[in-house]
Design a protein around this ligand. Structure first.
Ligand SMILES: Cc1ncc(COP(=O)(O)O)c(C=O)c1O
Length: 359
């Protein structure tokens, strides 16, 4: 055995001991929320395609047409091969949705945070992040070399105290939070955070990965939010990420966000699919259907502060896992997530398709 394999085996054993070893389960998505795994037909509670748009006829048709016209790949970074007109159209749509002057699309939500945060903050700067924020926000903050401070989940008093104590010692400060938390399904107090940020000359950045297309009145269009980040990969049913901001910030990122400059652009099919999905989410009926699915399947015991009828996900306490094991004699697909606070989660995710396919 090479020393590399010995290292990997040792690490895997440690992960297994801590119940943190992960594996991939081959799963084939069928219609609606039904999946096949190991020959079993399961109802999926594990998918972020909240509105089922990855299967929507218009979205699929837009992707197919883009492939027919432009091929399957972008070929290189947009700064190398040139800016695809579909990307220009997508960015105009996103900027208009978030009420900003401009937008930039990235290869994924993860790549967006990894590119944007280090381009805006570095050594001598301060970054505050909610303890339950998504891993890629922490990834971007750590990559930036700025001082990272983690505030207690949704605790605006704690964020304020950190800024009072530390803002003066740093050149710039950035506060980043999910709008709808990926773990618990609860929402960030954006208005209160905006006040604190204004008081301490701190830039507020939101990650709306789980809000876009789901939350009716879009709190993420608040003017006090300077940086609106999100993903095309969840409710829009496509793939990719974006940042909406002022023209000067977007121009700066076009030069400095490494995951944009040095990474291949979104393929035409994903871009066209996202544009088609944006057309569809303008229809409130679909969002209402998603909330209906959430009420039926995720409502038994939402976490404190969770709003299962507004966000399409809710946390069940660890002890509730067994109640998810079988409903109507069928095993349910579910996923377990470790979070920064050390508590495991069983995270059921309701799709609007559930109500059609799984009862
Ligand atoms: C809050 C949040 N931000 C960003 C991401 C990453 O987005 P993507 O899947 O497009 O890379 C996720 C994905 O799970 C997320 O939950």
């Amino acid at each position: 055995m090479t020393s590399l394999d010995a290292f990997a085996e040792r690490k895997l054993a440690q992960l297994a001991d801590a119940n943190l070893r992960r594996s991939l389960a081959t799963t084939e998505r069928q219609s609606d929320a039904i999946v096949m795994r190991d020959g079993r037909r399961l109802v999926s509670f594990s998918c972020n395609d909240y509105l089922g748009l990855s299967q929507h006829q218009n979205v699929k048709a837009a992707a197919i047409a883009a492939i027919e016209t432009y091929g399957t790949g972008a070929g290189a970074s947009r700064l190398v091969t040139g800016n695809h007109p579909l990307l220009v159209a997508l960015e105009a749509r996103l900027a208009s949705l978030k009420h900003t002057a401009a937008a930039r699309a990235f290869g994924s939500g993860y790549l967006t945070n990894l590119g944007v945060i280090p381009a805006l903050a570095g050594e001598g700067d301060l970054i505050l992040v909610d303890e339950l924020a998504h891993a890629c926000i922490f990834g971007g903050a750590r990559l930036s070399s700025a001082t990272l401070r983690i505030f207690r989940h949704n605790d605006t008093g704690h964020a304020d105290a950190i800024l009072k104590a530390e803002r003066g010692r740093h050149r710039h400060a950035l506060l980043v939070t999910d709008t709808v938390f990926s773990m618990d399904g609860d929402r960030a107090p954006i208005a209160a955070l905006a006040e604190i940020c204004a008081a301490h000359d701190t830039w507020l950045m939101t990650d709306d990965a789980h809000g876009l297309g789901i939350i009716d009145k879009d709190a993420d269009t608040d003017d006090a939010v300077l940086l609106h980040m999100g993903t095309l990969s969840k409710a829009l049913g496509s793939y990719g990420g974006y940042l909406c901001a002022s023209r000067s910030v977007i121009d700066l990122l076009t030069s400095r966000a490494r995951t944009l400059v040095y990474s291949t652009a979104l393929p035409p099919a994903s871009t066209a699919a996202a544009i088609a999905a944006l057309d569809i989410i303008a229809a409130p009926a679909l969002r209402a259907a998603a909330r209906q699915g959430t009420r039926v399947y995720a409502a038994p015991r939402p976490a404190r502060g969770a709003e299962p009828d507004r966000a399409a996900r809710a946390r069940l306490r660890r002890g509730d896992a067994s109640s998810l094991e079988s409903v109507g004699g069928r095993r349910l697909s579910r996923r377990r997530h470790p979070a920064a606070d050390g508590a495991g989660r069983v995270r059921p995710t309701a799709l609007c398709l559930l109500s059609r396919s799984s009862r």
